[in-house]
Ligand binder design. Structure first.
Ligand code: NAD
Length: 495
């Protein structure tokens, strides 16, 4: 059985902490062990990154980008192996894992845009003979802390532009499914990425604590649940680090009465139940506006009820297990709470829950007649559970979105262009979808939620990422001209 330890300075390093079992969510059986790190392991990784920074940060931009092309190719060439590791340790269906790894290859490609995005302004002649320009520098060692739900895509989003900008990285993946990322770190080394540029440290809270405290960590990029995001941000900023911290979501899809019900129902089902609802951008609340409620709920229910649920050996499965036994129980409790609070469970996935010892399945679940004060609207469930709120008007739909503490994404389905424009202005969320259910932007545009979904000034990718990952000096330069005073001496005077 595999045991997963750190990858530091281009090789596997033993881990000093205790062992923790890793499970295959499809079967519920143990699939390996992760050896968690201690403070000294973080120190070793940061030292490796700091040492590598000396040369990596001085390498020409084009030479760094050449390495980015090489590691992109290494992932592309080994994508089938990585997909398998994601399926085994995350429980994703083959289609979901394939989509994740395909996007991951694109993400490495996007890091090559640093050549264009990192250009700085130059103003000639701010005064007579004086020019002013900005010079960009990488910040140093960037630490990334990642969640379980995209074990490849999110770590690469957090680290590839950092590396392209000349930083070096210490990445702590989720302790629940680190295999795919560890294999990627090996592939990067085999493809010629210099030792110490990309280091991976296994661990839990202890390792995160040391990352926050470590004086040589210049910046932290965190993705995970809101309470941890808030804490990492506050503690990191207090230690004068740059911190981007992205948290959880509760994303609303408003369906207006002028929408084609089949189109809207298909979109709601794919975005709510894809990846077993374990996406920070999953639609978790449908807000049905006007008289369409009954038709819409029936259309969503009939589609959701026919989604094949299954695990790693079931090629027809479109909805896999959730990540852990604990998650399964927590999600089941959320459904129970909704029923106790007076909502109507129109489709109950807890039937799948009875498969004890056969993996951690919750079938598609729909909770109707949810009101904003109920836990099913307030809390992130992070499972295949869709809440339906019924309202009479567009204005009420906006109030529902505003009442949420989260603000990752909000979408509207409508044929009315003026409503679509108003929604863009009115919805309190960082990502807006118009007739698009999951408005996760492509990587050349930025991503960050509003409200408790993100604690950051800069977005995760796109142009903003460069500002987070580098710092600039503004240089004011007066040019002096040599004046020949005699045959042998030269003296500089101002122009
Ligand atoms: P999590 O918060 O439990 O863990 C995230 C990371 O933090 C892991 O590496 C974990 O080891 C570490 N961690 C956990 N508890 C900690 C603590 N008390 N102190 C310090 N570190 C700690 O999140 P998860 O369950 O792995 O991932 C799911 C969550 O991530 C959901 O809330 C989801 O919405 C969110 N998420 C957000 C985005 C986004 O872009 N906003 C993207 C993906 C996932």
């Amino acid at each position: 059985m595999s045991e997963f330890t750190h990858f530091i300075s281009g090789r596997s390093e033993p881990s000093s902490g205790k062992s923790m079992p890793i499970y295959n969510p499809s079967t519920g059986k143990e699939a390996g062990k992760v050896k968690l790190g201690l403070e000294k392991d973080v120190d070793l990784a940061v030292l490796a990154a700091k040492t590598a920074f000396r040369n990596w940060s001085k390498l020409g931009l084009q030479q760094r980008i050449d390495k980015i092309y090489d590691i992109r190719q290494a992932l592309a060439d080994n994508r089938e192996q990585i997909i398998q590791l994601v399926v085994e340790q995350t429980g994703k269906t083959l289609a979901d894992a394939t989509a994740e790894v395909t996007r991951s290859v694109e993400i490495i490609g996007h890091a090559t845009a640093t050549t264009v995005l990192s250009a700085t302004p130059y103003t000639r002649g701010v005064a007579t003979g004086i020019n002013t320009y900005e010079v960009r520098y990488p910040v140093g060692v960037v630490a990334a802390i990642s969640p379980f739900n995209f074990p490849v895509m999110i770590p690469l989003l957090q680290s590839m532009m950092a590396i392209a900008c000349g930083n070096t990285v210490v990445l702590k993946p989720s302790e629940r499914n680190p295999a795919a990322l560890l294999r990627i770190a090996e592939l990067f080394t085999e493809a010629g990425l210099p030792d110490g540029v990309f280091n991976v440290v296994m661990g839990d809270r202890l390792v995160v604590d040391r990352i926050i405290e470590h004086p040589d960590v210049a910046a932290i990029t965190f993705v995970g649940s809101t309470p941890v995001a808030r804490e990492v941000r506050e503690r990191g900023v207090a230690r004068k680090k740059r911190v981007q911290a992205f948290g959880g979501g509760k994303n609303h899809l408003v369906i207006m009465p002028d929408t084609d019900i089949d189109f809207a129902a298909n979109a709601a089902v794919s975005s709510a139940f894809g990846a077993a609802g374990q996406r920070c951008m999953a639609v978790s609340v449908v807000v049905a506006v006007g008289e369409i409620g009954d038709f819409l709920v029936e259309a969503i229910k009939s589609r959701a009820a026919s989604i094949p649920v299954g695990g790693i050996d079931d090629a027809s499965a479109q909805l896999g297990p959730v990540i852990s036994e604990q998650s399964k129980r927590r999600i089941a409790d959320c459904i129970e709470t909704a029923a106790n609070e007076g909502a109507e469970i129109v489709l109950d996935g807890r039937a799948e829950f009875s498969k004890e010892g056969e993996g951690w399945y919750i079938g598609p679940t729909i909770i109707d007649h949810v009101s904003p004060d109920m836990a099913a609207h307030r809390d992130e469930i992070f499972g295949p559970v869709l809440s339906i709120v019924r309202v009479d008007t567009y204005e009420e739909a906006i109030e529902i979105i505003s009442a949420s503490d989260f603000g990752n994404g909000a979408a509207i389905f409508t044929r009315d262009g003026s409503i679509a424009t108003r929604f863009t202005d009115d919805a309190q969320a960082g990502q807006i979808g118009i007739n698009v259910p999951i408005p996760s932007p492509v990587y050349f545009h930025g991503f960050a939620g509003w409200k408790d979904s993100a604690f950051t000034e800069t977005k995760m990718h796109g142009r903003d990422a460069i500002d987070f990952l580098t710092r600039t000096k503004t240089v004011t330069n007066r040019t002096l001209e040599p004046i020949v005073k005699s045959d042998v001496t030269m003296e500089f005077v101002t122009r």
